[in-house]
Write a protein that binds this ligand. Structure first.
Ligand code: HEC
Length: 154
């Protein structure tokens, strides 16, 4: 009876461990991670794009106006940039949460050029569609990029 209980305990413990390992694996491969969103064959080129603007107060203010206004980024990414946790909404498909721009790890993982690329082409297979040139011009995208950078406390 005693031995049997211990065996059962071990089995339960084992399945708990397996459960957590499996979850960590799923999480690591989930869209919420920091893997580049630019396809590998375009990544080098995307990283080389430079923001032509200095992040002056004027440029940042223009970016904020676009982010909250006609480019409606805040509808999904939130007014504070932290997506669903700051008034942003979950995406219609519900599959990928909008990126949290207030995450310092995300800010460090992305170059301005990559953000620009995503705004031009979208993040394939997600609710992040292309915004340029349909909604915003190239110049406006760079202003938005400058504003997004302020969420990281930079
Ligand atoms: C309909 C909801 C929605 C709107 C509106 C929206 N986004 Fe997104 N965005 C998303 C989702 C969902 C993702 C996550 C996609 C992914 O994980 O690849 C995303 C991802 C991104 C990324 C890529 C993040 C990365 O990891 O590289 C950037 C940059 C971005 N959005 C900027 C913007 C900007 C700027 C605007 C406004 C012009 C905007 N988004 C408008 C839903 C939205």
């Amino acid at each position: 009876m005693h031995g049997c209980g211990r065996k059962m305990f071990r089995e339960i413990l084992m399945s708990l461990v397996l459960f957590f390992v499996a979850n960590v694996l799923v999480w690591a491969g989930s869209p919420g991670d920091l893997k580049p969103r630019v396809p590998p064959e375009r990544l080098e080129e995307a990283k080389s794009f430079q923001n032509p603007f200095m992040a002056s107060e004027e440029i940042i203010a223009k970016g904020k106006k676009l982010y909250e206004g006609k480019a409606f980024c805040s509808a999904c990414h939130g007014l504070e940039g932290s997506g669903g946790t700051s008034g942003g909404r979950k995406t219609p498909s519900g599959a990928q949460p909008p990126t949290n721009f207030a995450d310092a790890a995300w800010q460090a993982a992305r170059t301005d050029g990559e953000i620009f690329w995503i705004l031009k082409h979208g993040s394939h297979g997600t609710d992040m569609v292309s915004y340029m040139p349909l909604y915003v011009s190239e110049e406006e995208v760079w202003q938005i990029v400058s504003y997004i950078r302020t969420f990281g406390g930079l």
